[in-house]
Design a protein around this ligand. Structure first.
Ligand code: ATP
Length: 232
């Protein structure tokens, strides 16, 4: 994206950012609360309009497309708070992820593949999603997004509210998805883990990108160390 600007009710939240995610890359976006990270992801997914700048994806400009056309083009968002339908079953939630694909014959095959990737869910397909643990709901949200066959997966705070061991499982899953060739843009409060996993990272402050670099380099930057890694 180039010079992206997004506002909430006329108040700027993202103030002209340039950001790139290449195929198969894990890119993380870190920054304090209110920096504009979620706003950026929501604008890429088409849930918020751009007030300025351009978003390009797979060689085409997409910032005027409605959200469902972006999903069909290969962009999926796992929103902050997961967006699981608690009164639907695991299976029904997964099916919703595939709605842009109509009645494609490969759907059942994909559901099997995703259940292999997420063995925690395989035996619970008839269970109401609201009765799953937080970690299982996060896995389900990722599985549902994968059913749209994304080439770019946007993940908003996947570790939020989860126990450290479960966070590890989520990050392992993210690594596996990237190895399958899906590009990932990850918004995370857990900067240490996110930078360990990411190929590249961006730091956002006040709606602007203030720092960018390789995942391995950013944790060495004194500003990142003091502001986001709790070091002096
Ligand atoms: P967080 O980790 O708290 O989600 P963030 O970096 O994702 O932080 P955003 O949620 O993108 O930040 O918020 C950026 C700015 O936009 C903040 O000033 C926030 O108060 C404002 N904002 C976010 N959502 C809305 C909304 N729906 N209406 C009005 N202002 C909003």
């Amino acid at each position: 994206m180039r010079r992206l600007e997004v506002a909430h009710g006329g108040i700027p939240a993202v103030r002209g950012i340039d950001l790139e995610v290449r195929a198969g890359e894990i890119v993380c976006l870190i920054g304090a609360n209110g920096a504009g990270k979620s706003t950026t992801l929501n604008a890429i997914a088409g849930l918020l309009p751009c007030a300025g700048g351009e978003i390009h994806y797979a060689g085409a400009r997409i910032d005027t497309l409605p959200p469902h056309r972006r999903v069909a083009a290969g962009i999926a968002l796992v929103p902050e708070g997961r967006g699981i339908f608690g009164r639907l079953t695991v299976e029904e939630n997964l099916r919703l992820g595939a709605w842009t694909r109509g009645t494609e014959a490969t759907l059942a095959e994909d559901r099997e593949r995703i259940c292999c990737l997420l063995p925690q869910l395989a035996s619970r397909r008839g269970q109401l999603a609201g009765t799953l643990s937080g970690g299982e709901q996060q896995m389900l949200a990722v599985g549902r997004a994968l059913l749209s066959r994304p080439r770019l997966l946007l993940l908003d705070e996947p570790s939020m509210g989860l126990a450290p061991r479960v966070v590890e499982d989520i990050f392992t899953l993210i690594g596996k998805i990237a190895r399958d060739g899906v590009a990932l843009l990850l918004v995370e409060q857990n900067a240490r883990l996110a930078l360990e996993l990411a190929d590249r990272g961006y730091v956002m402050e006040g709606g602007r990108i203030v720092l960018a670099g390789a995942g391995g380099d950013l944790p060495r930057d004194p500003r990142v160390r003091s502001a986001y890694l709790g070091e002096r």
